[in-house]
Design a protein around this ligand. Structure first.
Ligand SMILES: Cc1cc2nc3c(=O)[nH]c(=O)nc-3n(C[C@H](O)[C@H](O)[C@H](O)COP(=O)(O)OP(=O)(O)OC[C@H]3O[C@@H](n4cnc5c(N)ncnc54)[C@H](O)[C@@H]3O)c2cc1C
Length: 408
């Protein structure tokens, strides 16, 4: 059977391009179809979103050749401090402090703005002869045929490939059409996201304040800037999002505190309604899911993209090894190896973050006392604390080769 490409990736967000590059560099041909026009995210002014990339994710970006273009834009993160608090009250006495000097790994991660990461992916895909990029086009239908799968695009084109990968986000059409159902729930919370400029340097420290309505993360960007992810109840967030910039800052100040001096907005503001969505399978015949299409999680620990990049590294390794052995890369037994590697890990992390969010987005005095005690315990028990740090740095569990910075 003639195939138009070995692999078709539906979704050109972040995980789709990462997978396309990893596969193409190992010799496979890949088509990436993205519903969004490619200019939209690469524009310079689009600077609200930023990701806390674990060190294992940075190693993957280095292994697929992206890091030289990103290194000067990335802010190393050396410490994480978490506090239980209420707006305007200052920090509670119990807190967690993760310092990368305790691991043999410094820094523990990097903060990287979406505009730089997306631009680097776009440039690398354009430079890779084995990748065909089709922007502003959707995958609208898919049908298995002997020896392949036929995908129909919104412009009427049909493509036959060996493997269709759903990297099409939380409402994955690829998953739905493959009969993969989902479970999950809304958090009743919305994340307000913005870049904030401040007077004093952040020294590469990330802060997490657990407030009764949801966590506020203050994450270091390059220069005297930080990215905030401020989770509020949906109703509050709607009101706050509608405020003008000055009123927004007036409300943020008592939560943010004054430890970084005067603050101001350094870019536009964004809102993201928060929900949990977990696909019940990551594989079906000739179909695999990665990234948010497989698991959309709460941003409380900044792990969503990191989990997705782990999928990328694991699926690329499984598929490339299968191709080298002469196996059919779309066969269900090949894709089940990928699912077995990733599904338990992602589901347990997603549910862990769900529990932390529920436990901390609460002003119940008994829960407060319990969680403060828990934080105090983790803080005082060195091996436990270092275990959490290794988890956050993406260094725990069986790491795919790309996440160790090695070629497949
Ligand atoms: C407030 C917030 C803060 C976050 N902070 C962090 C953080 O600090 N660290 C971290 O690791 N993660 C973080 N995340 C999570 C991270 O943003 C996501 O996990 C990540 O962006 C998912 O990437 P993706 O490529 O899987 O999906 P998406 O970015 O959703 O991309 C999906 C793509 O698929 C395309 N598409 C959809 N349907 C179709 C179709 N039918 N055909 C073709 N294309 C289609 C869309 O156009 C889109 O480009 C955060 C998330 C939020 C909401």
């Amino acid at each position: 059977m003639k195939h138009d490409s070995d692999v078709l990736v539906a979704g050109g967000g972040l995980n789709g391009p990462a997978l396309a590059l990893a596969l193409a560099q190992a010799g496979l041909t890949v088509t990436v179809v993205d519903a969004a026009p490619e200019r939209q995210r690469a524009e310079d002014a689009f600077d609200g979103r930023a990701y806390a990339l674990a060190i294992a994710s940075q190693k993957l970006l280095a292994a697929i050749g992206l890091w030289p273009a990103l290194a000067t834009q990335a802010q190393p993160m050396n410490e994480v401090k978490a506090f239980d608090g209420r707006p305007g009250e200052g920090a509670a006495p119990f807190f967690l402090h993760f310092d990368s000097s305790e691991l043999d790994q410094r820094p523990v991660g990097y903060m990287l703005e979406d505009r730089f990461l997306y631009r680097a992916f776009l440039d690398a895909m354009r430079a890779e002869p084995r990748i065909t990029l089709i922007p502003a086009t959707s995958v609208t239908a898919q049908e298995g045929v002997p020896g392949g799968i036929v995908a129909t695009l919104s412009d009427g084109r049909q493509m036959t490939v060996k493997l269709l990968v759903g990297a099409d986000g939380r409402r994955s059409g690829v998953a739905e059409r493959a009969g993969i159902t989902r479970e999950g729930w809304g958090y009743g919370q919305t994340a307000l996201v913005a870049a904030i400029a401040h007077e004093k340097p952040h020294d590469g420290i990330a802060y997490q304040f657990f407030m009764p309505n949801g966590p506020l993360a203050i994450l270091p960007l390059t220069g005297n800037r930080s990215s905030i992810v401020w989770s509020e109840t949906d109703a509050n967030a709607e009101v706050i999002a509608a405020l003008d910039d000055e009123d927004f800052l007036a409300l943020l100040r008592p939560r943010f505190g004054d430890f970084l001096g005067q603050i101001s907005l350094a870019g536009p503001r964004f809102s993201y309604p928060l929900n949990l969505t977990l696909a019940r399978a990551y594989a079906a015949p000739r179909v695999a899911l990665i990234g948010d299409a497989a698991h959309g999680v709460h941003p409380i620990a900044g792990q969503g993209l990191n989990l997705g990049l782990r999928d990328v590294a694991a699926l690329a390794e499984v598929v490339v090894e299968a191709a080298r052995r002469g196996e059919d890369i779309g066969a269900l037994d090949v894709l089940t190896r990928y699912q077995g590697w990733r599904r338990f890990d992602s589901t347990s992390l997603a549910l862990g973050m769900d529990t932390v969010n529920k436990l901390f987005s609460n002003d119940n005095p008994i829960l407060r006392a319990g969680r403060d005690l828990g934080m105090g315990l983790v803080q005082s028990i060195g091996p436990l604390r270092r275990g959490f740090m290794r988890q956050a740095a993406g260094l725990s569990g069986p790491l795919p080769r790309l996440m160790q910075g090695r070629a497949i």
